[in-house]
Design a binder for this molecule. Structure first.
Ligand SMILES: *[C@@H]1O[C@H](CO)[C@@H](O)[C@H](O)[C@H]1NC(C)=O
Ligand SMILES: *[C@@H]1O[C@H](CO)[C@@H](O)[C@H](O)[C@H]1NC(C)=O
Length: 548
């Protein structure tokens, strides 16, 4: 008996140890991996496509990059401050599977532009600076390395620099604002008038300090657009051009948009069959009023904002709830993870966005658990070693990692003699759910197969395997891949599908979950989504599905 008690005690200790270890790894989890030390350009804009390749580009008129253009594709650019003839590429395609890059030949300036993926999977990018400001450009994903940018002259009606795009239920995209543009338009262009005034953008422009560029725009579940600029938001009926709701300013009144750059997400949408869906927006970080001017003129770098503000946008009388973050952050990215958590990553803790104006890089990513009680929503994760300041970006990959790249706070490619050298490396951050200890909980999706088409409002069966324990309810989530630049992920959207039925096939490790697909293109615009099965917070690898 004594031996048995001792054995049980030993077993108990081992289990306790395992639990503690798990707890410890959750307390400061996640891993950083250097994928490529040098991809040739600084990843200022990033978009994942449905073939698991990520299109990246920076700016074309600030000197040679570190990756050559294919022969015969040099660009002649009399406007370029350093190279009138440039034989280097300023856009690349990164292939996740092979971890390699390929130069692309963008011909006009894509600096500080915007974009979105079309329902057929083409990337549509709009605007930029100088010769690029009126352009639209498309990129059709391919697996044979032959596809490249196609540029469309006068694709836009107005010059768009620092605008935000959003995909619409009918597959077009809306392009909102940009420097000195207090209006919006559609791409492809509609018949006149294609340019529609939006006084809200003039009202939030802080007398020329702006603080309203790259407005945080989300398609609400009622079909209107939630548009946040500076410290407040409106709900816009873009068809009738009427403001249907005005939200209060975030308490404190400090700006959260470029150059006082914070970030924002539409939190995971759930209970999708409900008549009124509780859509919530979370805005985090930014810089106190005047930070940009103080950094620019006085070399004074004010501590960034250390709060997030959250609002239920469909409430009759919506109010912001302000929560403290573990640290101050300006120019941070907010990335929705497949299990519905929000990752805050990159940026600095003082100063503002724009050339050379950010200080004190933030190396620690913070995880925000939207469903946890107040004061226990944040969890701090393992730090990186690479500053990711102005012009850095982060996007979710289908395997659940977060791709991190960019950082170039200079008007050139400067690798020495500067505070934060131009950063050409690509890293991946692997959240805790990818750690080997959770491998037996990770679902492996057998069907639908990647690239399957699904329809609106149907019931869909997903078959998956799990080696370890499955706890019902498993979650099925869908993520629209974002166009990310300047700390904002346009079109980022995560849907938690309504479960109908869950079954286990006998005692095997085969399971089936039946869900309802979104009922309309307002809730989920058409296009390619990554679909995940989530067991006890551990997501499967995603499969690409085309919702149409
Ligand atoms: C990239 O940088 C390395 C190291 O400075 C240099 O040797 C190489 O020639 C550069 N390549 C291009 C295409 O600029
Ligand atoms: C940055 O690079 C540009 C172009 O090569 C050069 O003119 C400038 O002096 C550099 N700045 C610093 C601080 O090294």
């Amino acid at each position: 008996m004594a031996t048995r008690a001792t054995m049980l005690y030993a077993l108990f200790l081992t289990l306790l140890q395992l639990l503690l270890n798990r707890h410890l790894s959750l307390a400061a989890g996640g891993k950083w991996n250097l994928l490529l030390p040098n991809v040739g350009i600084s990843a200022m804009h990033m978009q994942l496509l449905r073939n698991d390749r990520v299109i990246m580009f920076d700016r074309t008129n600030f000197g040679p990059s570190n990756i050559s253009l294919p022969d015969g594709k040099c660009r002649k650019n009399p406007m370029d401050p350093i190279s009138k003839l440039d034989c280097t590429a300023h856009s690349i395609e990164y292939d996740v599977a092979s971890n390699t890059v390929r130069p692309l030949t963008v011909q006009s300036n894509t600096w500080c532009s915007s974009g979105s993926v079309r329902p057929d999977g083409f990337l549509v990018q709009t605007g930029g600076d100088r010769d690029g400001a009126l352009k639209a450009r498309t990129f059709s994903p391919c697996n044979n390395d032959r596809c490249d940018w196609v540029e469309i002259n006068n694709g836009l009606a107005k010059r768009r620099w620092y605008a935000s795009n959003h995909i619409l239920p009918d597959g077009r995209q809306i392009v909102i604002g940009g420097q000195a543009q207090f209006n919006y338009e559609f791409y492809p262009k509609t018949t006149s008038p294609n340019v529609i005034a939006l006084p809200f953008l003039a009202e939030t422009s802080d007398r020329g300090q702006e603080n309203n560029l790259y407005p945080y725009t989300f398609l609400n579940t009622d079909g209107n657009l939630f548009i946040f600029a500076n410290n407040r938001a409106i709900l816009l009926d873009y068809v009738k051009n009427t403001v249907v709701k005005t939200f209060p300013a975030i308490p404190g009144g400090d700006p959260r948009s470029y150059p006082s750059t914070g970030s924002a997400v539409l939190l995971p949408l759930k209970n999708l069959e409900a008549v009124k869906i509780d859509a919530e927006v979370l805005v985090c970080g930014g810089a106190p009023k005047g930070s940009y001017i103080l950094a620019l003129r006085k070399n004074t770098f004010v501590r960034a904002l250390d709060t997030c503000a959250r609002i239920k946008i469909n409430d009759a009388n919506p109010q912001w709830t302000v929560e403290n973050m573990p640290r101050a952050r300006v120019m941070g990215d907010m990335t929705l993870l497949p299990n519905g958590d929000v990752l805050l990553i990159n940026g600095g803790s003082s100063g503002s966005a724009a050339w050379e104006l950010g200080r004190e890089p933030v190396f620690v990513p913070d995880l925000y658990h939207p469903e946890n009680p107040v004061n226990s929503k944040f969890e701090s994760l393992n730090p990186s070693k690479t500053p990711r300041m102005y012009h850095s970006a982060a996007v979710l990959l289908r395997d659940g990692r977060v791709l991190v790249g960019g950082s170039n706070p200079h008007a050139f490619y400067n690798f020495t003699g500067v505070l934060f050298p131009t950063e050409l490396s690509l890293e991946a951050f692997s959240p805790v759910y990818l750690e080997p200890e959770f491998a037996n909980l990770r679902p492996n999706v057998m069907s639908p197969k990647s690239q399957s088409s699904i329809k609106y409002g149907m019931s869909l069966k997903l078959k998956f395997k799990v080696a370890g324990e499955v706890k019902s309810p498993v979650k099925v989530t869908m993520v629209f891949p974002s166009f990310t630049t300047h700390s904002f992920s346009m079109n980022q959207r995560l849907l938690v599908l309504d479960n109908v039925k869950f079954t286990r096939k006998g005692k095997s490790m085969n399971y089936e979950v039946q869900v309802r697909t979104p009922r309309s293109a307002i809730i989920a615009p058409p296009g390619y989504y990554m679909m995940f099965v989530v067991n006890q917070n551990i997501p499967s690898e995603g499969v690409w599905v085309r919702l149409q």
